[in-house]
Each structure stands twice: as C-alpha cells, then as structure tokens.
Write a protein that binds this ligand. Structure first.
Ligand code: SF4
Length: 320
C-alpha cells in the first residue's frame, strides 16, 4: 500500500481537503462551502476523498489541519499536525513556486499577504475586517450589476477605460458604482474599475508598508478572476503567477507538514462522534457584532472561533 497524507483547510467560507503522495503530488482533492458548520463540512470533504484512497490502494500516514477551526477539527479527526494558515499557505506555495517572494491571497471574506525570503516567512498581514477587498464584495457588486460572477473577469478585461471607483470601504464603493453607472460608464469599464478598487484596497489596507517583491503568487478564490489579476499586473507592473490549484494551497501545505511525524495508526476514515460543548457570546466592541464560539471537550477549552479580531477574546478572558 502506498503511503499518503491528508491535509484539511477549514475556513469560515470554504473547506478544502487534499490527499498527497510522498512526492507532494495531489492525488485527490475536495472543495466545498463550510455553510457555518465546520464539523459537517470536514466529514463531507473526508467522505469525498475516501473513495479515491480506496480505489488507489493507499493508506493515510499523516493528517494535518489548518484554518480557523483547526484545533476543533484537529481534535475531531486525530490530526498529528495542526498549524496556522500562514505557515500552511507558505509551505504549499513553496512546493509549487520555490522562488516565491510574495504571496497575495484574497478569499471570500478575508485576505492575507505573506512575504518570504529564501523560503522563510519574514512578514505577513491579514485582514478580516474590511469587506471592500474580498470575494464577497465582488459577488455582491456582480449581482447588483446583473453580471454573473463567473463572467466578471472576462468582462473586465474588455475595458479600455476603467472607471475610478473609491476603494476605501464597501459603502463608498457601492455609492460610487451607482454614480458611475448613472454618468454613462459602460459595464466593462465599471467592472474593470471595481477590480482596480479591490487591488487598491488590498494594497492600502493589507499590504500597507510591505515591500512587494517578485516572484508574486496570487491565490484564493478571487485569483480566478482575470480582471483582478490584470489589475494587479497593471498596478504593480509585475507578472502575477496564478496556479489552478491556488485554492488548495493551505490544504496542500498542511498535508506536506503532516509528514513531519507519522500517525501511530493509519487513518481509517472512521470519524467518531466526539462530544463537544459550545458556549457563545456576542462581541460588541465594534459594529460587526461577531458571535464568538468557545468549544469545549471534556470541560477543556479546545478552540475559539467566530471572532474577526483579537479584541473579541477580551470578553472571554475578563469573564473567566
Ligand atoms: S471580534 Fe469584536 S472587535 Fe473584533 S471585529 Fe468582531 S465585533 Fe469587532
């Protein structure tokens, strides 16, 4: 039986899983929406992957978990490695682009930048608070303009005169978009303007103060949008590398890291229903009103989820 490794990246919007062989080749992958239930999503991803493992006569010798619910899921499926998203994304990306110096990631609800030198993470930043530079923002604007989000990129690259759209926050961007539509800009120019706005928002908020050095790799759901890729290339005047497996980089990276220490027993794909208790509270420290969920196993706190920033934990520690 061939030895393989399972990597799971469980995020608030999507859950990704890969199985890799000893040489880091992805032999199976699954990508689904988390739908607010990370435990359900991970079970579904593992079920999707299981078929390939059985078919290819392989055994799982390592399990890695990353993402926002990593501790809970790691405990649920018996992972031997649990790491944060920055490390997992860097390792996954380096396995495909060994020379990468800058990783740009824009997902459904958040975005990141990771700066590397000689394969080592030197700096990073994450933004979970401003929606104006994310996939969710582009999807809502596509709906507003009556354009399918799948066609957004192709429409944008047909523009010769992108509209200037304020990128500071969603409220400004939305009202500016309506204004530009009223003043007669074409759909192509408005959409190209929105792509530029997403890039400018990212550069001003997420990448602020960081030196973006080539080679640059762009990943996350928004990297599939050709309009945003073109906007990054025009604004940074650099080639932007996008890999079709970009949405799986976190899962790939954590699968690679799971090789560090082998599981005592190969993973049997039997996920026992471990009993977890949850307590939640609302963080009222800003208008986001995040629902912060604390997860306990046998009375011991194993994970805290739902807070978009560290301030959301202050209530938890002050009420302990
Ligand atoms: S955790 Fe609290 S302070 Fe942070 S974004 Fe959510 S509501 Fe605002």
């Amino acid at each position: 039986m061939k030895e393989c490794y399972l990597g799971i990246d469980v995020g608030s919007i999507s859950t990704k899983g890969v199985i890799i062989d000893k040489n880091n080749n992805i032999i199976s992958s699954s990508y689904i929406w988390t739908e607010g239930n990370p435990m359900w999503a991970v079970k579904k991803v593992i079920n999707n992957l299981k078929k390939d493992v059985v078919k290819k006569n392989t055994k799982i010798s390592g399990i890695g978990v990353t993402g926002s619910a990593r501790k809970l899921i790691g405990s649920m499926i018996g992972a031997n490695v649990v790491r944060n998203e920055i490390t997992a994304h860097a390792i996954g990306t380096l396995s495909i682009f060994p020379q990468v110096r800058t990783i740009i990631e824009i997902g459904g609800q958040d975005s990141k930048i990771v700066i590397l030198e000689d394969g080592i993470v030197m700096d990073y930043a994450m933004n979970t608070l401003c929606a104006a530079g994310t996939g969710a923002f582009l999807s809502s604007q596509a709906k507003r303009l009556g354009v399918d989000i799948e066609d957004f990129g192709d429409t944008a690259i047909r523009s010769n005169n992108p509209a200037k759209i304020a990128a500071r926050c969603t409220v400004f961007a939305e009202s500016d978009l309506v204004h530009k539509a009223q003043t007669g800009y074409s759909k192509e120019d408005i959409i190209a303007g929105l792509c530029n706005a997403v890039v400018n928002n990212y550069l001003n908020n997420v990448a602020r103060g960081k030196k973006i050095v080539a080679p640059i790799v762009f990943q996350g759901g928004v990297s599939k949008n050709k309009g945003v890729v073109k906007a990054f290339e025009n604004i940074l005047n650099e080639k932007i590398h996008v890999d079709k497996r970009g949405h799986l980089m976190g899962a790939l990276g954590i699968a690679i890291l799971s090789k560090e220490s082998n599981l005592k027993e190969p993973f049997s794909f039997q996920i026992t229903n471990v009993k977890f208790e949850t307590k939640s509270y609302e963080c009222g420290k800003c208008p986001n009103h995040c629902e912060v969920i604390c997860v306990y196993k046998n009375g011991e706190l194993i994970d805290i989820m739902g807070n978009k920033c560290e301030r959301g934990l202050e209530n938890f520690y002050s009420n302990k």
